[in-house]
Ligand binder design. Sequence first.
Ligand code: SAM
Length: 216
Amino acid sequence: MKENKFNERRKDMVARQIVQRGITEPKIIEAFSSVQRHLFIPEYRRIFAYNDYPISIGEGQTISQPYMVALMTQLLEVRAGQKVLEIGTGSGYQAAILAHMGAQVYSIERIDSLAQNAKTTLDSLGYNVQVHVGDGTLGWPEHAPYDRMIVTAAAPKISPCWAQQLVIGGKIVIPLGTLFYQTLTVAEKVSEEELKVKSHSGCVFVPLIGKYGYRE
Ligand code: SAM
């Protein structure tokens, strides 16, 4: 498919899937309009890049539905210059959206081949995202503390490592629940000991595997 066709589809995605569903923050709309989502998807599936559903990226993993990425980005309330830790790099698309919005992004992926592909794509587009291969349920203590954390895989609970590595006033956006169904949740660190938790809509993500995931 030609580049201008992808551009048309991206414009249509933003109008129908993002703006019409209530995502109105100009910085988010600008990022979704600019970041070339199709480049984060294996070549033979690029034709589906702007459709309204998650797409397989190999290794049994997915790039999330565009609206889900937008909703999580909105709930994250990130500002330029803030330090964000993402758990579950996958394709690198969510990291690119956050980097495009001016965040300093650190992203952890447990599957080496996905991390390598994501890093290659991010670098080729000029997004300065630090990608690390490992168990994201342990966080990334070397770069802590973080202003924001975004967990893009289904989690049974909030890892104590994340809570510890977040600044006071910082937020975690995370799909919390069972392996089959989760609730998009925002947890704000209000003191060293306390997270204030708010539930949003239902969602379904691939599972978080690791020390504080569903299994190691
Ligand atoms: N944010 C991604 C994107 O923009 O394409 C989508 C992420 S995909 C829905 C979830 C990812 O989480 C998968 O790539 C999976 O390998 C990864 N994952 C699962 N458990 C993990 C863990 N403990 N640490 C890091 N990554 C993990």
